[in-house]
Design a binder for this molecule. Structure first.
Ligand SMILES: CC(C)[C@H](C(=O)O)[C@@H](O)C(=O)O
Ligand code: SF4
Length: 757
């Protein structure tokens, strides 16, 4: 509850304070979640958990579901059902499971036949589901996108998805405040994508770990909402779980008249509140980073981490010039994977594929920016003969909007493939994938090994740069296409998003404030006692062989590639663990990778001597795969935030120790000496008896030691949640279910009380 506070507060502090339902003695807070987006990959196990426990979705009016990751982007002209349309059986099963679940639990769902369907992070803002001042979560790391509206938005794992579905709250530790200011004037041809790539290159992929980043400065203030979303989207690539931008007139103009935005007097009231959402003068930031706009050039990545950036005018780095041996090895490894020779000018790198899409860059402005370059290349410009280029709009509505502006014609005429909405080749869970060693200029956000297909090679860049690469067949400085006079008839006609949101095809918004009260919920369900043994096995002391790992920034795509996320279960993933490292891509034979070798095939612990283990995607499949293999504890100098949380939700212990101690333990592991992780004493013991102490939140320690289930514990606080909801309805009435009439929603809930939008 907002208490009278005299201290200057940051935007993050304010939103946080407004959402605290309860705080433990050790500072762990239960925060209320205003908006929950759900997709097919990270939700099946969560719904199954609800079913098993006999729980329902607490706030169907605050939950919105869609399919995006698995779906084909081929024409939907012949689409009758998911069953007949999706060929890959495991992709089909996940999409069908979501369709079942939204029916069973009474959720609003944008299916493949609904033109509002699209990537979760595109449709939330588009519909006005995302609003300033809210907390917003999704089982997806790029939920940070929604912070562009001045909200606290972050990705969570599947266990937390279940927690939010059941309780509409999350247990959270407050992060640090970080501010990144970009001041000055951007050079021609430099876009928000270049700005965020430059920032990640500056702070590194672990730079924002444990922080919520506020982007500030004149450059950010001048950015449109689409540009702000591209920036906040990639906060996770900078290690931060959330990024945010103070809402302003640009934000309000974007939101006004969106289907789910408040209307009339409620809008006025909301806007008055939203205008208070900015960091106070003198508010304290734990970390401040200042970037000069003039230092940013059109930027691309050369390696396999989003921090591996270089200006397009630059060259592939030369590892022989790097003194630090670990860094040098990292670069050598990345260059080998990328098939690049040191000192090659970036503009000489030829590409095989171009992908314009993903939740970073698939909005209308991204489409326009790419189309502008195609136009500037001349009326007869064609995609280079050696290149296959695809454009995948972020939602059915973006597609329709782009078509109304004739952008599809510009792309198609030049030989681009114009597709239907979805995540597509961003991670290739559908048929859109790179072949081994194919090189792609991609507007997505991750260039990890195997990200766009096994052994595929990714260069991240802006939509304009991607279009330029498609035409020339090489990574190209987009500025070569600027200042080119285009024929008057070739100029783009620009129309408003709202034309596509308010026409007769969409049901008009209808404010509705009915919610399931906590007492209603409690009445038909005896709450499980907190001390009831749950399915999470307790963790006390773990002794055994540890596998040493010497790779920096081990991302969750490396721990488990996307194609193994298509499961409906939490088990059976042992063979998928570190798949690309354990299996030779050419021969299919087992490699010499550490956990393939004796005695490490029996590892119970994994020791990384390098930072940022488990960064990237929120896939809980990463800890599930480790656990299935038999590894129950990971020791590393630092962890990706979501991965760390996900481990603890599964009775696994992530231990953060100083880098020197990790190096000592990794050496012990190399020598096949056993290591003992003792949670009770909070220490890691070497075989010679030396002990390294570690820190852990007291509450998390208690839960792990006793195998306690967070949901059962939270449901014991149902009175506090109900109290919060009552006040929320009074103070922020626009947050209760606004919405659709329901006529277009193709679901008929079976077991649950139906709450219409
Ligand atoms: C599938 C999902 C868990 C994942 C994420 O969290 O980011 C995906 O969207 C990705 O981009 O890798
Ligand atoms: S990063 Fe890619 S896969 Fe993940 S949500 Fe965005 S578009 Fe989808």
């Amino acid at each position: 509850m907002p208490a009278p506070v005299s201290q200057p507060r940051t935007l993050y502090d304010k939103i946080w304070d407004d959402h605290v339902v309860d705080v433990n003695e050790d500072g762990l807070a239960l925060i209320y979640i205003d908006r929950h987006l759900v997709h097919e990959v990270t939700s099946p196990q969560a719904f199954e958990g609800l079913r098993t426990a006999g729980r329902r979705v607490r706030r169907t009016d605050c939950t919105l579901a869609t399919v995006d990751h698995n779906i084909p982007t081929a024409s939907r002209k012949n689409l009758t059902s998911i069953e007949s349309f999706i060929e890959q059986p495991d992709s089909r099963a996940q999409c069908q499971a979501l369709e079942e679940n939204v029916k069973d639990f009474g959720l609003t769902y944008f299916g493949m036949k609904d033109r509002r369907q699209g990537i979760v992070h595109v449709i939330g803002p588009e519909q006005g589901f995302t609003l300033p001042g809210i907390t917003c979560v999704c089982g997806d790391s790029h939920t940070s996108t929604h912070g562009a509206f001045g909200s606290l938005a972050f990705g969570i794992g599947t266990s937390e998805v279940e927690h939010v579905l059941a309780t509409q709250t999350l247990l959270q530790k407050k992060g640090k405040n970080m501010r990144i200011s970009v001041e000055g004037k951007l050079l021609e041809g430099v876009t928000s994508k270049d700005v965020i790539l430059h920032i990640i290159g500056t702070i590194g992929t672990a730079g924002g770990t444990g922080c919520v980043v506020e982007y500030a400065g004149s450059v950010i203030r001048e950015f449109s909402m689409d540009a702000r979303m591209s920036m906040c989207n990639m906060s996770i690539e900078g290690g931060a779980r959330a990024g945010m931008i103070a809402p302003d007139d640009i934000t309000f103009a974007y939101l006004r008249n969106r289907p789910l935005a408040p209307k009339g007097e409620v809008w006025d009231r909301a806007e008055r509140y939203w205008r208070t959402l900015k960091s106070d003068e003198g508010a304290k930031f734990d970390i401040e980073v200042n970037i000069r706009a003039e230092d940013i050039l059109p930027t691309v990545t050369w390696g396999t981490s989003p921090q591996d950036v270089v200006a397009i005018t630059g060259k592939v780095p030369d590892p022989s010039a790097i003194a630090d041996s670990q860094k040098r090895k990292g670069i050598e490894r990345a260059l080998k994977y990328m098939g690049l020779t040191p000192n090659t000018p970036m503009e000489e790198i030829t590409v095989d594929k171009v992908f314009i899409g993903s939740c970073t860059n698939s909005r209308i402005e991204d489409m326009r920016s790419a189309a502008r370059i195609v136009l500037a290349a001349g009326p007869d410009a064609k995609v280079s003969p050696n290149v296959q280029a695809m454009v995948v709009p972020g939602s059915g509505l973006v597609k329709q909007h782009a078509e109304a502006e004739g952008l599809d014609v510009i792309f198609k005429r030049a030989g681009f493939d114009w597709r239907e909405a979805g995540c597509s080749m961003c991670l290739g869970m559908n048929p859109d994938q790179l072949k081994p060693e194919e090189r792609c200029a991609s507007t997505s956000n991750r260039n990890f090994e195997g990200r766009q297909g096994p052994r595929g090679r990714t260069h991240l860049l802006s939509p304009a740069m991607a279009a330029a690469a498609a035409i020339t067949g090489k990574l190209t400085d987009v500025r070569k296409f600027l200042g080119v006079e285009t024929a008057p008839e070739a100029k783009l006609k620009v129309t408003s998003d709202l034309d596509f949101l308010t026409d007769s095809v969409l049901p008009p918004p209808e404010p509705q404030q009915k919610t399931v009260s906590a007492s209603e919920l409690a009445a038909d369900k005896v709450l499980p006692s907190a001390e009831t043994p749950s399915s999470v096995p307790p963790f006390r002391v773990l002794k055994g062989i540890a596998a040493p790992l010497h790779i920096e920034n081990v991302d969750t795509d490396m721990i488990i590639p996307a194609r193994y996320l298509k499961t409906l279960k939490r088990t059976g993933l042992a063979d998928a663990l570190f798949f690309a490292l354990r299996n030779d891509a050419q021969t299919g034979e087992k490699t010499n990778f550490v956990i393939n070798r004796e005695p490490y095939t029996h590892s119970k612990i994994l020791v990384s001597d390098s930072h940022n283990f488990g960064c990237g995607s929120s896939r809980e499949h990463a800890p599930w795969a480790l656990r299935d293999f038999g590894i129950l504890s990971v020791i590393s100098p630092s962890f990706g935030d979501i991965f760390r949380n996900n481990c603890m939700q599964n009775g696994m212990l992530p231990v953060a120790l100083p880098q020197e101690q990790c190096a000592v333990l990794a050496k012990d592991a190399e020598e096949q000496k056993e290591i003992e992780v003792d949670l009770e004493k909070q220490e890691v013991r070497r075989s010679n008896g030396e002990a390294f102490k570690f820190e852990i939140d007291p509450f998390r320690r208690h839960c792990l030691l006793n195998g306690l289930d967070d949901i059962a514990l939270t449901l014991q606080k149902v009175d506090r949640i109900e109290e919060f909801e009552k006040r929320r309805s009074e103070v922020w009435p626009w947050l209760d279910g606004f919405g659709y009439k329901g006529t277009k929603i193709p679901v008929s809930p079976k077991k649950t009380t139906k709450i219409d939008w």
